[in-house]
Design a protein around this ligand. Sequence first.
Ligand code: SIN
Length: 309
Amino acid sequence: MVALCEYRDGTTCHCVASRAQCPQPSLIMHIDPVSPVIGAEVSGVDLARPLVSESFKTIHEALMTHLVLFFRDQELSFEQHKALGRQFGDLHIHPAAPKDSAHPEILVVHGDASVKFVAGDTWHSDVSCDATPPLGSILRVEQVPTSGGDTLFASMYAAYEALSDRMQRLVRGLTAIHDGRQYYVGRYGGGNLRDGEYPAAEHPAVRTHPVTGRPALYVNEGFTIGFKELKPAESQALLGFLVRHCGQPEFQCRFRWRRNSMAFWDNRCTQHHAIWDYYPQTRHGYRVTIKGDRPFFDPSREPRATIAL
Ligand code: SIN
C-alpha cells in the first residue's frame, strides 16, 4: 500500500506517515490508510470546489490504491455533489428508487423510526444488476445517529486472492446472474422503474479492473442469484460459499460517519454493507453514482504494481 501526499506545488510524496507524523510541513492533502487492504482517510481537500488536475489525479490514484476514500467536514449542495461526481464520469440514475425531478441523479439514503428498510443493509456492489454497473459512488451523510450507522467495505481483490488456485480457476470461468428484482421489489416497489422493469444482467464472476488490471470477485449477496454454467444445487452451494467468503473481516474496513462525512468507493472491486443498528434514530444522506463500463474478464492482463491513469 502506498500513501500519497500532495504538496502545494502539486508534487506528491510516498511517505507512509500518519498526518501528524508527516515530515513535510507544506503538505496540503494527506492520504492516511485505514487498513493495509482497503480504505484511506483523505484530509486537506474541499470537495465542494472543482478539483484541480493534480488533486483529481491524487484522489483518483488513491482510489485505485485504497478502493474507498473517506473525507470529513464536507458541505456540498446537490449541484456541487453532482459536479464532483461528473469529474469522474457521467452520472448514473438509479433503476428503482424514487427520484426528485430536479435532481434525479441524487439517491436519498434515509433511515428513521418510520421506515421498513434502509438502502444497502446487505453486502452488495451498487446496482450490479445493471448491464453497465456503476464505476463508483460518492455518499455524503448529513445526519447521523448518536452511535451506530457505520458502513463496512470489503476488497474483492483480497477476496479473490484468498481463494485457492483451484477455486480461482473454477470461479473465473463462470458467469454470474444478477437480478435487481430480488433486492428492489420489497424496498422500492415498482412505481419508479427507470426502464419500466427491474434490471437483470449476466457478468463474469471475476472481473478485470479496467484501470488496475487486477482480478476482483464480482458476486454479491444483494443481487447475484446464481451461475449460468452450474446446476441449481451447485449454483446455490457455490453462491452461499462465496457470500460467506466475501464477508471475512480480513478483507474489510469499517467507517464511522460523522455529520458531513463523505465516502467515495469503487464498485468494481469492493462491496459494502450499511449497518442498520440505529433504529429508531435517524440517519440521512445523499449519494451520487458514477456510470461504469460493461464488466469483462481478461486472462491476459496480469495485475500491475503501478497504476496508469
Ligand atoms: C449504499 O449506498 O448502499 C448505502 C451506504 C450507506 O448508507 O452507508
